[in-house]
Design a protein around this ligand. Sequence first.
Ligand code: 5GP
Length: 197
Amino acid sequence: MKLLEERIKLDGKVLSENVLKVDSFLNHQIDPELMLEIGKEFANKFEGVGITKIVTIESSGIAPAVMTGLQMQVPVIFARKRKSLTLNNDLLTATVHSFTKNDTSEISLSKKYLSENDKVLIIDDFLANGQAAFGLVEMVQQAGAEIAGIGIVIEKSFQQGARLLKEAGLRVESLARVASLSNGEVKFINEKVEELI
Ligand code: 5GP
């Protein structure tokens, strides 16, 4: 997605060879117009698939997920990273190791919002090693719902998440695919291909 790639080039900060900071438009301050375009793009990619629910994880997945839900006119459910007092029984849970925080936590969502009649689109802001996405997949499967695919705003293709998810038979659609973050510079997959041509 050209608009997104341009924004990453302009405002993204490469913190290390593995970590990209985009908190001026996605992870802290949010650009609603860009999120709207992201929502449209996901809705186009998964059009006609029969999606009934979108599942994401708090907090950074919520903005792109809500915009996608608005376009597709389906509800959005976000997994919680900490148990809420009001979210105490009938939970779907999974254990997820956080890439950026380097800790392990149990994520959960209420059983009452997913059933075996649902066809789910999973959305997240970043895909690194796939822990968050696999945790969400696990919970959707616990509910007996079908997974239509996974929509990722920024895939770091040099990490293993996308490959592992695809090997597990899941459809992964990423709007920006980062080939490398070497030398403080963001390189996208398509740029690499263009360079080779
Ligand atoms: P994974 O579970 O695929 O290893 O990592 C994905 C999760 O970690 C995302 O939900 C995202 O919050 C966080 N994450 C992974 N890599 C990055 C990154 O380079 N920058 C930021 N801001 N978050 C990341």
